[in-house]
Design a protein around this ligand. Structure first.
Ligand code: AP5
Ligand code: MG
Length: 190
């Protein structure tokens, strides 16, 4: 079993690279952003709560997000048996601690953290473009600015946390997606 966190700022390519990793390693992909957007689309109670945070570019409170992740993890035990790519979780130190505990309770552990590092101007350009192309609701300039601000204040400290644990693999996340994927595979082979 191999569990991986794909880490990085909004727009850094977590979803894009996760798709390639699923095909290569047969891992199950859990994107907390996608889970929440699905609830918003179905207009569930969780969706309505999530929308009130996502539309402002803020994080869903830790206790709620941790409960959501635990239930997604237990929904499909057969799918997660080879391991999981966690995309967009954890985003805070309490979430990282909760993930560690959740995996331990299920007899497994976190094996690697892949950090996609992309200059800020490129992140903004990518998200603005996606906003135009797909209409994703939080891809507008005001919300993008809040998402980046929240990333710097609440999520970036996790990078140091995982560097200290020796689990963090920094990847240059700008440029050609195939080259980025090749760099990730090289890092994971170590
Ligand atoms: P989430 O859905 O996780 O969004 P995000 O972190 O802002 O990241 P994105 O999905 O926008 O980007 P990505 O890194 O996946 O990049 P992608 O591959 O799509 O979270 C959304 C919201 O949900 C949060 O703001 C928060 O409110 C809430 N939430 C989620 N998880 C939470 C948690 N754990 N705790 C609390 N709240 C939570 O690529 C981006 C674009 O760039 C795409 O168009 C892609 O085609 C393009 N692209 C990718 N790679 C390249 C490349 N190499 N060159 C050029 N373009 C590229
Ligand atoms: Mg994503």
């Amino acid at each position: 079993m191999f569990n991986l966190v794909i880490f990085g700022a909004p727009g850094s390519g977590k979803g894009t690279q996760s798709e390639r990793l699923i095909n290569e390693y047969g891992l199950h992909h859990i994107s907390t952003g996608e889970v929440l957007r699905d609830h918003i689309a179905r207009d569930t109670e969780l969706g309505r709560i999530a929308d009130s945070y996502i539309s402002k570019g803020q994080l869903i409170p830790d206790d709620l997000m941790i409960r959501v992740l635990a239930s997604v993890l237990d929904e499909n035990p057969e799918k997660t048996s080879r391991g999981v790519i966690f995309d967009g979780f954890p985003r805070t130190i309490p979430q990282a601690e909760a993930l560690k505990k959740m995996l331990e309770e299920r007899g497994t552990q976190l094996d690697a953290v892949v950090g996609l590092e992309v200059p800020e101007e490129e992140l903004v350009q990518r998200m603005i473009k996606r906003g135009h192309d797909t209409g994703r609701a939080d891809d507008n300039l005001d919300t993008i600015k809040s998402r980046l601000d929240v990333y710097h204040k609440q999520t970036q400290p996790l990078r140091d946390h995982y560097i200290k644990e020796g689990a963090y693999h920094a990847i240059d996340g700008s440029g050609d997606t195939e080259r980025i994927f090749a760099d990730i595979k090289t890092a994971l082979k170590k």
